[in-house]
Design a protein around this ligand. Structure first.
Ligand code: F6R
Length: 240
């Protein structure tokens, strides 16, 4: 695991976005594993800006998102389908038919799971972007998820629902379940980039990097991956 600590978020996001631009210019047909949440937004902003300046193109990219809430319509303002279009896809030249997100509005969860598992089997992710939950989750793989899981339906941790309630009108509105890429599928990516900022992530970051590898802390499994780079600000790094 390579760990880069930055004084400021600006420097952190500049570095990560430059890395993506460099990689995309070398290989315009990358399969990108993407994340939602607050963490990736400054990265997506920089990628949009670079696209507008003609510094990068996403025409050949396929995008595979980590997860989606169950039971929200695609056009709900907090669905990850809506988030990705709003924060990135609608502002770049990616082919929207090549943007994949687990289906959270299909009432047939079994089919939704199988379809995403099959898609990931056919398409190995080149660079998987991850944020980390304050409880150590990756994707929506909550603590005690077995490491060998593939795409599955999860009951969200109360901590996750409370963390994410900041984006809804009330805690009651936060879905109780989600569909997420499994840990074994995340680990199948050729390369993984983790971003974490802020002191509320410091314990999860510590456990991910220095803790025992344990299903208690899903992110600790990343210690077993041969190509992980962690980008953190000094607040998230404060326990290291
Ligand atoms: C998002 C995801 C989650 C988030 C994590 C951190 O697709 O899978 O694991 O990365 O919950 O969320 P933020 O960035 O909002 O702190």
């Amino acid at each position: 695991m390579k760990v880069h600590v930055f004084d400021t978020k600006e420097k952190l996001y500049d570095e990560v976005s430059n890395y993506y631009i460099e990689r995309l210019n070398k290989n315009p047909n990358l399969n990108l594993g993407l994340a939602t949440g607050t963490t990736p937004i400054p990265l997506y902003d920089r990628l949009i800006e670079a696209y507008k300046k003609g510094l990068v193109s996403f025409k050949g990219v396929k995008a595979f998102n980590l997860d989606e809430y169950l039971g929200l319509e695609k056009n709900h303002h907090q669905s990850y389908y809506y988030f990705m279009r709003n924060q990135l896809f609608n502002h770049i030249d990616i082919n929207q038919n090549n943007c994949f997100i687990p289906s959270g509005d299909n009432p047939d969860h079994e089919t939704a799971k199988k379809e995403y598992q099959e898609l990931l089997k056919q398409n190995q992710v080149d660079i998987q972007l991850l944020g980390i939950g304050s409880n150590g989750h990756i994707g929506f793989n909550e603590p005690n998820t077995p490491f060998d899981t593939k795409t599955h339906v999860v009951k969200l941790d109360e901590k996750t629902r409370i963390d994410n309630s900041r984006l809804f009108n009330s805690l009651d509105e936060v879905p109780t379940h989600a569909i997420t890429m499994g840990i074994s599928e995340i680990m199948n990516a050729k390369e993984i980039i983790v971003i974490a900022t802020g002191s509320n992530k410091k314990d999860a970051v510590y456990e991910m990097i220095k803790g025992n590898i344990s299903e208690n802390v899903p992110a600790s499994v990343l210690q077993r991956h041969p190509n992980v780079t962690v980008y953190i600000d000094k607040d998230a790094a404060s326990r290291l």
